[in-house]
Design a protein around this ligand. Structure first.
Ligand code: ADP
Ligand code: MG
Length: 240
């Protein structure tokens, strides 16, 4: 596998407001964020600070109330539903807290990778890694024939990372990927994300509460009450 160039990500004055019982909840306010291609950032912050909402916007799972989200030259909120589906099934990989929401229990690890790859449009199928190659490069070759249901929680989460990388995404998003794991399994996920950066080349945005995970990233961005309070590289915006 040869690594892809990754992709730069930018949020420009992003607001996300939800209406809850007629009251406005400002989940994100004036978010300015720039992530370089192939950079790995940690998004830190207390519960309710807007971390998952930010990931949902980067994944194209929702459109911001205002402002713009860019993945490379593409403004995500300008995309049609069909284009968004394409973005989610190829260009962006997502890892969530609980691997049982990603991994199909009755399939083998290889089945899981192949199933994820079926979502990619035909022109790109040829560019996808073979499951055996991907798993070998990620250090997970021994799991290929295992049934996912038979794996431990930590192994399942490593498989979930491999599944998220199955379509050679240029952007990998992870929402508290280690919060349900013990220290050892956490360390293996950290190692896997670092390796994924090298092998696949994806830019990474990792939401985490864990300082060990954050320290393995190139930069830490801290959210508080829906605002970036540290690390968003505001100097760039000041320069205009
Ligand atoms: N779909 C939604 N509807 C209403 N409020 C929401 C929704 N999603 C998130 N929120 C609110 O937005 C804020 C940020 O939530 P979230 O992004 O989940 O934070 P975090 O991931 O940092 O814990 C919270 O106040 C939460 O209650
Ligand atoms: Mg969250």
């Amino acid at each position: 596998m040869s690594p892809l160039p990754g992709v730069a990500v930018r949020c420009v004055d992003v607001q996300q407001t939800f209406s809850v019982d007629g009251e406005d909840v400002h989940a994100l306010s004036g978010i300015q964020l720039a992530v370089d291609a192939r950079e790995r950032i940690a998004v830190f912050g207390p519960s309710g600070s807007g971390k998952s909402t930010l990931l949902a916007l980067l994944a194209g799972l929702r459109r911001p109330s205002s402002g713009s989200v860019w993945i490379g030259d593409t403004e995500v909120s300008s995309l049609s539903e069909r284009q968004l589906l394409r973005l989610r099934s190829g260009d962006v990989g997502i890892v969530v807290q609980n691997p049982s929401r990603t991994v199909l229990p009755y399939g083998t690890v290889e089945d899981n990778i192949l199933f994820a790859q079926r979502a990619v449009r035909r022109e790109r199928q040829g560019a996808l890694p073979k499951p055996s190659d991907l798993l070998a490069e990620l250090g997970l070759a021994a799991l290929i024939r295992q049934r996912a249901a038979a794996l431990s929680g930590g192994e399942q989460q490593r498989v979930a990372v491999a599944v998220a990388l199955a379509c050679a995404p240029r952007l990998l998003l992870a929402d508290e990927p280690t919060s349900q794991l013990d220290g050892h399994s956490r360390d293996l996920i950290v190692e896997l994300l670092v390796r994924a950066g090298r092998v696949v080349g994806a830019t990474q945005v990792v939401v985490t509460h864990d300082p060990v995970v954050a320290d393995a990233c190139d930069r830490r961005v801290t959210l508080s009450e829906g605002r970036v309070v540290d690390g968003g590289r505001r100097e760039r915006w000041a320069q205009g």
